[in-house]
Every structure is written in structure tokens, then in C-alpha cells.
Design a protein around this ligand. Structure first.
Ligand SMILES: NC(=O)c1ccc[n+]([C@@H]2O[C@H](COP(=O)([O-])OP(=O)(O)OC[C@H]3O[C@@H](n4cnc5c(N)ncnc54)[C@H](OP(=O)(O)O)[C@@H]3O)[C@@H](O)[C@H]2O)c1
Length: 296
């Protein structure tokens, strides 16, 4: 089975490339290519279409995205081209070739105001530019591939939403906290981290396993949710990074972490305050175990 992967140099891309299931021929791409990756610019819809027509993959695993949440507020056109235009181009081309699409999406398509975990069939209502562009990508895939919102799949594609992705390489909150704990723990300076945004971290290893399971088991659900188990605020994650890093000998002295409110730490993009994803049905469909986020 042939899989065309985008975002091969990203956090998820690294994890996917490390655990390619047997029997899969992987064509991995990144924006600039190199390091065994073919170049593919997701902002170029005709290049996305041409890649599908050239390689005729059984699946496109669209793991690449414009993920700079705050920068997207000042670059919405580029974010939309990458997050909305590329999935549409892949879906349209795959309709011609007969392949399928796995579109990776985000908890940021929800507004975070309902105070309980979001189910896969719930309506989107993004707060910021990043969420709006990822929502546009979902809408395009649903429309082109005939995935009825809240209804049946056509078998031609799957949208898999995840949250707070954390892995050993790339840019993520845990690696930033590890650096800050190292810098500030030694000098006795404190860290301030927001306590009033709640979600669930997801390790790239478990997310990659979920993506590969969608493909190898040919899962038919139109929309899946995948995060690790439990719930946390960013403050909880910052605390856990300090504790775990000390236990693992990565850090001598964690920094003191002070809880902040979102209002204390203004950023360009508004974020959902409670964006847990309800994953129980997806865990059953994927037949994968739930690992607590701290363990993962
Ligand atoms: N990170 C999170 O917390 C999070 C949460 C929920 C959902 N997600 C979703 O999960 C998926 C994987 O995210 P991730 O954490 O692995 O993100 P990531 O580490 O930022 O990786 C995304 C990759 O996409 C690439 N990309 C961006 N613009 C491109 C373009 N024009 N052409 C080609 N490649 C381009 C980036 O390349 P450059 O490095 O060259 O820019 C990067 O390698 C994405 O769909 C994301 O929306 C992520």
C-alpha cells in the first residue's frame, strides 16, 4: 500500500516515519525536501494535485500544516492556503485516482465554551485564524469526499482531530518548558504559566500509532478524536515537565511555576479555554489503548 505523507519534517511526521507499518511504501514530503523527503509546498494547490496524480497513493496522510497559532492572525491567507487549500486539492485529486485521505486536524476548531469534552460530530466554531483555516480544511474534505457531518463516512477519507501535540523533536510546549526549567531552575527564577486553559496533551508516538491504525485497519468513521487520556492545564503540564525531567536526570532543579490567567498573558490568538476531545468511541474504533498524558 502506497502512502503519501506531508509534514514529514514536523513533530508528527518524525514519529510517523519512525514506525512505518510493514507493507507500506512511504513517500514522505516536506516543504523544502531533503533528508529522504521529497519537496512539496502545501501552499501550492496545483503542486498538491500533481503529487497525487504522479504517485497515485492509496492514502494521502496530510500531517503537514501551518501550525503557528499566533502568527496565523497576521498571515491568514498563507495559513488558509496551507490548511484549507491543500486538503481540498488532495481530496479533489484523490477522487479522480481512487485513493483516500487522512486529514489531521485540531481541537482549535471548537470554541471551548461548552465545559465538557467535544464529541466528533459536534459543530465547529473556531475562535482564531488558525482554527478557522483548519476548519476550512475539514469542510473541504467533508464536501469533496462526501463525509456527512455527524453522519456516515463515504470510506474515502477520515478527519482525525488531536490536541496539544508533544514529541521529542520540533517545537512544542514541553520542550519549551524543559528549556525554561533548565534556565530558571538554576538561577532561582520562577516561571509563569496559564492555569485557565484546559485540554489534553497528546504524544506524537500515540498519535502516529492512531494515524497508522486508521490506514492499516481502513477505519471508516468520517471523524475521529485522538488525544492521550486525562485532562490538564498548561500549568499542570509545566509542573509535570519539571518533575519528570528531574526524575529522569534531565534537570537538576526545576523552576518554581506560578499559575497565571489567560488575561495575565495576552497573546495575538484567542484560544479555547476547555478543548478536551471525547475519544472513547475513536479508541474503540481504532482498537488502541488509552495512555495517561503524563505517562505518554
Ligand atoms: N502541534 C499541536 O499542538 C497540534 C494540536 C492539534 C492538532 N495539530 C495538528 O497536527 C498536525 C501535525 O502537527 P505537528 O505538531 O506535527 O506540527 P509541526 O511540527 O509544526 O509540523 C507541521 C509541518 O508542516 C510543515 N509545513 C508548514 N507549511 C508548509 C508548507 N507550505 N508546505 C509544506 N510543509 C509545510 C512544517 O514545515 P516547516 O517546519 O518548514 O514550517 C512542519 O514540518 C497538523 O495538522 C496540526 O494542525 C497539532
Amino acid at each position: 500500500m502506497k502512502v503519501l505523507l506531508t509534514g514529514g519534517a514536523g513533530q508528527l511526521g518524525h514519529a510517523l516515519r519512525q514506525k512505518v507499518p510493514e507493507g507500506i511504501e512511504l513517500i514522505a514530503t516536506s516543504r523544502n525536501g531533503g533528508d529522504a523527503l521529497l519537496p512539496l509546498d502545501l501552499a501550492d494547490a496545483s503542486a498538491c494535485r500533481a503529487a497525487v496524480l504522479k504517485h497515485r497513493p492509496d492514502w494521502v496522510l496530510n500531517g503537514g500544516a501551518y501550525t503557528a497559532v499566533d502568527k496565523a492572525e497576521s498571515e491568514p491567507e498563507l495559513a488558509l492556503a496551507v490548511n484549507g487549500g491543500a486538503p481540498r486539492a488532495f481530496a479533489e485529486a484523490l477522487l479522480e485516482t481512487g485513493g483516500r485521505l487522512l486529514q489531521v486536524s485540531t481541537d482549535f476548531v471548537f470554541n471551548g465554551q461548552q465545559g465538557s469534552p467535544y464529541r466528533p460530530e459536534q459543530s465547529r466554531d473556531p475562535l482564531g485564524a488558525y482554527g478557522r483555516t483548519k476548519a476550512a480544511g475539514e469542510e473541504a474534505v467533508e464536501q469533496v469526499l462526501g463525509l456527512a457531518a455527524g453522519g456516515a463516512g463515504s470510506g474515502r477519507g477520515v478527519i482525525l482531530r488531536t490536541s496539544w501535540v508533544i514529541g521529542p523533536v520540533g517545537k512544542n510546549f514541553a520542550l519549551t518548558m524543559l528549556r525554561l526549567h533548565r534556565e530558571r531552575g538554576a538561577s532561582g527564577q520562577a516561571l509563569g504559566v496559564v492555569e485557565d486553559q484546559v485540554g489534553c496533551p497528546t504524544s506524537t508516538a500515540s498519535l502516529a500509532a492512531a494515524c497508522w491504525r486508521v490506514i492499516t485497519a481502513n477505519v471508516q468513521e468520517p471523524v475521529l478524536h485522538w488525544s492521550d487520556a486525562g485532562a490538564a492545564s498548561w500549568f499542570d503540564v509545566a509542573m509535570a515537565v519539571g518533575e519528570l525531567a528531574q526524575e529522569l536526570g534531565l534537570l537538576e532543579q526545576p523552576a518554581l511555576v506560578n499559575p497565571l490567567t489567560t488575561a495575565d498573558y495576552p497573546l495575538p490568538a484567542q484560544r479555547p479555554s476547555y478543548s478536551l476531545l471525547e475519544c472513547s468511541g475513536s479508541r474503540k474504533a481504532l482498537d488502541l489503548p488509552a495512555l495517561h498524558w503524563r505517562q505518554a
